[in-house]
Structures are given as C-alpha cells and as structure tokens.
Design a protein around this ligand. Structure first.
Ligand SMILES: [Zn+2]
Length: 221
C-alpha cells in the first residue's frame, strides 16, 4: 500500500508536472490553500469526436483545477491534440519532445507540431481555425516586434483572431495589450518566402521564425 501522501502530485509555480502518464484521475494539491482534489486529467483531444473538449481548451477551461478557495491552477501535462479531418496533430510536451512517438501513435498526416504549453496549443488551434499558416504568422510576429519603438524579440505575442483583413494580436508585456496588423502583410510575406517547414520540422516557434526571417533578409530564400 502506498500512503496517500506518496500519491500526491507536488505543485510547482504555474502548474503540476506528473511524473508518469496519467490517464484518469490525479490527486492534486491546491497551491494556494493546500486542499486535496481528485482531478480528471485529460491527455487527448480529438475535436471531431469531442468538440466540447476543444471548446474548453479555447475558453481556457481545459485541465484546470478550480479550487473552493478561488484559485484556478492550470495543470501541466503532456497532451495530444489530433484532428484527423483537418489533418492537424499537435503534441504538448512541457518537458521537451518525445521524438516521433506521439505522432506515429496516431499515424499523423498533414501538419504536425510540437509545443511546450497549452497556451501555445490554443494559439495553433486558433490559427488553424482561421485558415492561416502558423509559420507565416510566426514570421509576421518577428517583423511586428522588430518594428516597435523598443524592439524585444522575447515579447510574448499571440494570435487572437482574424477579422476581415485585420489580424488581431495580444501582446503580453507589463500588461496585455491588443495589436493589429494588416492581412496584406501576411499575404505578401507568404508569397515572398520559401521558409515553409518541412514535414519533420515540428517546432515552429519564435526561435524558428527569427532564423527564417534572418535567412529571408539575407536573400537566402
Ligand atoms: Zn485552494
């Protein structure tokens, strides 16, 4: 018999990383008040068979521990988002990649991405739902940030939605603020660059985009 204490998942700032793959219920301590909770931890989303899970994900209510004390804690775990219809497979790996395995497990076709967090997953899903390409948007972000009065390429800038010919962003600095950019700039960039990631290139993030923009600037492609 294991003691209850030994079964507890320990809390870290911002979330909890289970040591083993959990497919059912996890025993979680609220980081604010220490109450114990049995929390259902979901590690797979197929939006075709479970549209509710996708809605929860987009609403920020997915794998969240909502404690009686008022604290909401995002649970951190591996998660596979697999949409066989739009051929989009995204693996959330808070501790780094697992190579091919999660993608092979579902025989993924089409777009495959590896992201470090649920926030990054949500952004990728919003981008796909808007009919846009994440890699072009990542390059647009770098150009947008570089054009600011005080450029900082580490600033978190997330796609929010597309409204007609305007792309809406949220920038997270000392406080969150909305930004817009014209869809025409996205289309120009998309036509100009040949940076489209190859099939095995799954980490399409800021680091990727900075390299792609530098290559484009050098006239490399
Ligand atoms: Zn609590």
């Amino acid at each position: 018999m294991f003691s209850r204490a030994a079964q507890l998942q320990r809390c870290f700032i911002g979330g909890i990383v289970p040591r083993v793959k959990i497919t059912g219920t996890a025993l979680i301590l609220c980081p604010a008040c220490g109450r114990e909770h049995d929390v259902k931890l979901v590690q797979n989303i197929n939006p075709q068979t479970d549209p509710d899970a996708k809605q929860k994900l987009l609403a920020g209510d997915f794998n969240v521990l909502a404690c009686e004390c008022g604290r909401r804690t995002q649970l951190v775990s591996e998660l596979l988002y697999y949409d066989p219809v739009s051929e989009l497979t995204i693996f959330v790996s808070p501790e780094g990649g697992k190579g091919e395995q999660p993608f092979e497990a579902v025989a993924a076709q089409g777009t495959q991405r590896l992201v470090p967090s649920l926030n990054a997953l949500v952004e990728k899903v919003k981008i796909a739902d808007a009919g846009l390409e994440d890699w072009v948007l990542e390059m647009v972000k770098v150009l947008l940030l570089a054009s600011l009065p005080e450029p900082d390429l580490d600033t978190v800038l997330l796609f929010d939605h597309l409204d007609g010919n305007v792309i809406h962003w949220v920038m997270f600095g000392t406080e969150a603020r909305a930004m817009q950019s014209p869809m025409a700039a996205y289309e120009r960039l998309s036509a100009r660059t040949q940076a489209r990631p190859k099939p095995g290139e799954r980490q399409v993030d800021r680091l990727w985009a900075v390299a792609a923009v530098q290559q484009m600037m050098r006239g490399g492609n």
